[in-house]
Ligand binder design. Structure first.
Ligand SMILES: C=CC1=C(C)c2cc3[nH]c(cc4nc(cc5[nH]c(cc1n2)c(C)c5CCC(=O)O)C(CCC(=O)O)=C4C)c(C)c3C=C
Ligand SMILES: [Fe+2]
Ligand SMILES: [Fe+2]
Length: 373
């Protein structure tokens, strides 16, 4: 148990939300990748192989080779603001803060990464030191998986173990079928179709929904991830008015030799290309933010697989990122989970927020009027 500051009576009740995503290396270079992959792949939630056997495989066969290859891939998607996953995460935090201001809510929003920086423990420490006595932990994965969502929960419990005076804690488990999530996804597809034209589904075009894979044994051992991905796929197809033959649900990013959830995205892309499919649109609904797995694996490698195999047009539909749909959805889901916790601003802050909101509205209307002339 750690030594803590003495308890004080009468401290105001404050609420915080911690958005958590997977994590990313600090830089697209081999040492950073080795550090990141060591932490990520040492998590027993991620690789469920007996520890001693896995320790040998990881240290003898993976960490000497994979970091260099992965660093080269990260370099192709790295931006001036750093890793896309982290940079977009910060934008998402800003959008949720805006959403709260509009609701006249005073809720602190922070971002943490399950692996790498900023760590879950460092953010929980900061929140506790600043007196946040209620924390909603929101793993940003729409579909629950032990390898991702439960691992975020583990990180919070590990942080909590030596703490005496714990904050109240809540967790979002998943939102794979939340109407605001499905609506945001459908809206992003429709926006893409408005800009690029709607695929000719009667002519065999396909909307491919690619989710990150997990080993097949996870499904057999009771992990709901596979079912939740399929439910998201079905609800998105319904929202778009698609027939079953118009879309596919596939799984990407296979790691290691075991059988993973099928059908695999890369094999499907090649098969669709070989079948002479004229156009496919690819969306990755399981990723809230664009990252290596979407920008490199799908939009670069997947595109090449499809076109090389003889496919026609390849369209990549970006993740929800910091879109209005993502902002509305995140704010809505957080609001539902904060019920009963103190969130309201004091009078003066509420007035300032009112002013800022009317300024934003005036600016938006000005921009709209400017566009239409
Ligand atoms: C969206 C959900 C994710 C699940 C489920 C998931 C499971 C999972 N992943 C690996 C191995 C790797 N994943 C890597 C990158 C990566 N994975 C996710 C998301 C899920 N992973 C994201 C968002 C990212 C990208 C992070 C970024 O910085 O952009 C990597 C690292 C990259 C590489 O070296 O290829 C590995 C390795 C396993 C083993 C697993 C489930 C059991
Ligand atoms: Fe992954
Ligand atoms: Fe299933």
């Amino acid at each position: 148990m750690r030594t803590e500051a003495p308890f004080r009576h009468g401290t105001p009740q404050k609420t915080a939300v911690l958005l958590v995503n997977l994590g990313t290396p600090d830089a697209p270079d081999t040492p950073s990748l080795r550090r990141y992959l060591r932490e990520f792949l040492s998590d027993p939630r991620v690789v469920e192989i007996p520890r001693l056997v896995w320790w040998m495989i990881l240290n003898l066969f993976i960490l000497p080779f994979r970091p260099k290859k992965s660093a080269a891939k990260y370099a192709t998607v790295w931006t001036e603001a750093g890793s896309p996953l982290l940079a977009i995460g910060h934008q998402q935090v800003a959008r949720v803060c805006e959403g709260f201001k509009d609701r006249r809510w005073e809720v602190k929003v922070e971002l943490a990464m399950r692996y790498g920086n900023p760590s879950v423990a460092s953010k929980m420490d900061e929140l506790r030191a600043a007196g946040y006595d209620r924390v909603l932990v929101f793993p940003l994965y729409p579909q629950y998986a032990a390898a991702t969502t439960a691992s975020v929960m583990d990180a919070v419990f590990q942080w909590a173990a030596p703490v005496r005076n714990l904050p109240e804690l809540r967790f979002v488990k998943h939102y794979h079928d939340h109407p605001a999530y499905i609506h945001a996804l459908a809206d992003s597809v429709l926006t893409h179709w408005r800009a690029k034209g709607r695929p000719n589904f009667d002519g065999g075009d396909v909307l491919l929904m690619s989710f990150h894979g997990v080993p097949e044994f996870a499904l057999l051992k009771g992990d709901p991830y596979h079912c939740e991905c399929h439910k998201t796929g079905r609800l998105l197809a319904e929202a778009l008015g698609l027939e079953k033959s118009n879309y596919r649900v596939t799984f990407q990013s296979r790691f290691g030799k075991a059988k993973w959830l099928e059908p695999y995205t890369d094999a499907t892309l090649k098969a669709l290309g070989q079948a002479g499919t004229k156009r496919i649109d690819v969306i990755c609904p399981g990723f809230l933010a664009d990252c290596l797995e979407t920008l490199e694996e799908i939009n670069q490698e997947g595109r090449e697989d499809f076109l090389h195999a003889g496919g026609g047009e390849f369209h990549y539909i970006a993740c929800l990122n910091d879109s209005d749909g993502a902002a509305a959805m995140l704010t809505e889901i957080v609001a539902q989970h904060l019920q009963g916790w103190p969130v309201d601003m004091g009078y003066e802050d509420a007035m300032a927020a009112e002013l800022a909101a009317s300024r934003r509205l005036a600016l938006a209307m000005g921009a709209r009027d400017g566009q239409s002339t």
